[in-house]
Design a protein around this ligand. Structure first.
Ligand code: OXD
Ligand code: MN
Length: 581
């Protein structure tokens, strides 16, 4: 297969000339192509079959031990003006970056096959979707992209009808961390990624395109590309409301998106539309609508079990690519907190020894099609997306943030989003457990200056009077002994229900300086196991702690200099005044 799109053909030819592959293969996205690649990778040892009786069509990939997570310090936004990338990003001059990357890519595919992957982020027939083409020398990338995107012939047809596309060039190179760079050129909608085979660095449709490049494009075109799950909450009366929620990496987006309601909510249902990325567009009536640009899940494996996330646990019993998990003696995948079986081999392929380390890497992943999820909503394919009633921000905070609170206005909600902070996790290399500012959970993913991004968020209130309500949640509040105050997982349903009742105007709330909180009897706590005093603690707003938090937030916002929108600073001052009153 080649293409009738001249600019695509020219770019592919240029890349082939630069990288000198042995052959060039245009991917059609078919099942036969997937199966043939899996077979080939099994032969070369980059993939191994797991127990096919218990886990049909499941395979394991063990990556280079130094290539197991996103590398934020090696990820760059390259723009003409440094200020456009902002202090939230590493910046490199465009020509310096290109020169560096040309050097790395030169002849790097010698002895390898170059795959050309046309893909579409979002339903192929949606006006909200955007296309891309990834060129890679990694068959692992090809099979993952097949699951994670609408890949191949249908995407190419859309590109050939004249749809603009993002150009992504990727090579695993020699996996040397010293020669690893993930470069973005948002002004020309292109990406160059070298030296890593890890998901977020290598599956370019995901973080690089659908968040970093798309956030830039979204600002130009008047929409939002966000690090958000999308779920539908169906009441016993059959009414469904849609929620988009932003939490930092490995903070439970997948679990919330697939939540199974507890016994006292047995007639309610949660539908999953997406677990990681939402593209939010405003329709002609001023309604914000969401599409999930992805077609699969690239989820964190450890901690997944029948209790924490039964839907995910069930869906990864078949047709799944596992990366960096351990194995039982009979070849079943194994990870910490699986609550089933015993590990025999660890993620480095060695005999498991608990004194040496975990069986599965803490950032080990599953890649699986969204349609394998029992809670999958077919509206994930709807070209017009779904109407969003509520936007939820959240982080992993031991202290301070109450279980749930609601903003007083859109502007206040943007401040709440901009002030999100969370403990770092294993999804990126670096220290785990440090609290850092992660506005809108987009710190690693916003492709431009955060100050301009907040201004873009604020601008939505000028375009519509029926924007979603904005909330903040914290499932991770602990007491002084480190005990979690809230059981989380399925019980989070109670919070979601309150959120929807607030959107409909049918739940009372207590007004505080930081926003509206549930009243004492505001949440249905029927059969939840809370200790005496926990419910009050989960709603406690400590003024001193909050004043100090707001001082921190203020300094953070002002550190973006003149570009920080004055509206946001005014809103910040309003909250500080209320806290001090
Ligand atoms: C992810 C991440 O893989 O956020 O989704 O790191
Ligand atoms: Mn993510």
């Amino acid at each position: 297969m080649t293409t009738t799109n001249q600019s695509l053909q020219t770019w592919v030819d240029q890349v082939a000339q630069l990288t000198s592959p042995d052959k060039v293969v245009w991917c059609d996205g078919s099942d036969q192509e997937y199966d043939a690649l899996v077979e080939q990778m099994n032969e070369t040892g980059t993939l191994s079959a797991l127990n096919q009786e218990t886990h049909p069509n499941c395979f394991l990939h063990l990556s280079d031990p130094q290539d197991v997570a996103r590398v934020e310090h090696l990820t760059f936004i390259c723009t003409t003006e440094k200020e456009d990338a902002g202090k939230n990003n590493n910046w490199m001059d465009i020509s310096d970056a290109k020169e560096k990357m040309q050097g790395l890519f030169k002849n790097c595919m010698n002895g390898r096959t170059m795959y050309v992957i046309p893909y579409c982020m979002g339903p192929v027939d949606s006006p909200y979707s955007r296309c891309g083409v990834e060129i890679t020398d990694s068959p692992y990338v090809v099979i993952n992209m097949k699951i994670m995107t609408r890949m191949g012939a249908s995407a190419l047809a859309r590109i050939e009808r004249g749809d603009p596309f993002v150009k992504g060039l990727h090579s695993t190179g020699d996996l040397d961390p010293e020669r690893r760079f993930i470069m973005h050129f948002p002004e020309e909608y292109s990406i160059m990624s070298f030296g890593s085979g890890y998901g977020g660095n290598a599956l370019l449709g995901k973080k690089c395109h659908a968040l970093r490049i798309a956030s830039w494009q979204a600002r130009e075109e008047g929409w939002l590309a966000e690090h958000m799950l999308i779920l539908g909450l169906e009441s016993p009366e059959g009414e469904t409301h849609y929620i988009a929620a932003a939490f930092p990496s490995a903070c439970g987006k997948t679990n919330l998106a697939m939540l199974i309601p507890p016994e006292s909510y047995k007639d309610w249902k949660i539908w999953t539309l997406g677990d990681d990325i939402a593209w939010l567009h405003m329709d002609n009536e001023g309604q914000l609508r969401a599409v999930n640009p992805e077609a699969g899940y690239f989820g964190v494996v450890p901690g997944t079990n029948a209790k924490t996330n039964l839907n995910a646990f069930d869906m990864i019993q078949r047709n799944t690519i596992f990366t960096n998990v351990g194995q039982t003696a009979d070849g079943q995948p194994w990870w910490e907190d699986k609550k089933e079986g015993e590990p025999a081999i660890d993620w480095k392929g060695r005999n498991y020894d608990k004194n040496v380390g975990p069986a599965a890497h803490p950032n080990s992943r599953f890649t699986v099609s969204a349609t394998e999820n029992k809670a999958y909503s077919e509206l994930a394919e709807a070209p017009e997306g779904v109407p969003i009633s509520a936007i939820v921000f959240g982080g992993r905070r031991r202290e301070l943030a109450p279980l749930v609170y609601q903003s007083k206005s859109w502007q206040h909600g943007v401040l709440i989003g901009a002030g999100v902070a969370s403990e770092t996790t294993a999804a990126a290399t670096g220290k785990v457990g440090l609290v850092r500012r992660d506005p809108m959970a987009m710190k690693p993913f916003c492709g431009y200056n955060f100050a301009d991004y907040w201004a873009h968020w604020l601008s939505f209130s000028e375009r519509s009077s029926k924007l979603p309500q904005i909330f903040h949640v914290n499932w991770f509040r602990q007491d002084a002994d480190g005990r979690f105050l809230w059981p989380g997982f399925g019980e989070n349903m109670r919070v979601l229900e309150w959120i929807i009742r607030r959107c409909k105007g049918s739940a009372d709330a207590v007004e505080t300086a930081i926003g509206y909180l549930p009243t004492d009897d505001g949440l249905n706590l029927d059969s939840v196991n809370l200790n005496e005093g926990d419910w009050a603690a989960l709603r406690h707003v400590d003024k001193e702690q909050w004043l100090s938090e707001m001082q921190d937030v203020g300094e953070y916002l002002r550190s973006y200099g003149d570009r920080t929108p004055s509206k946001l600073l005014d809103e910040h001052q309003r909250v500080v005044n209320n806290l001090s009153a």
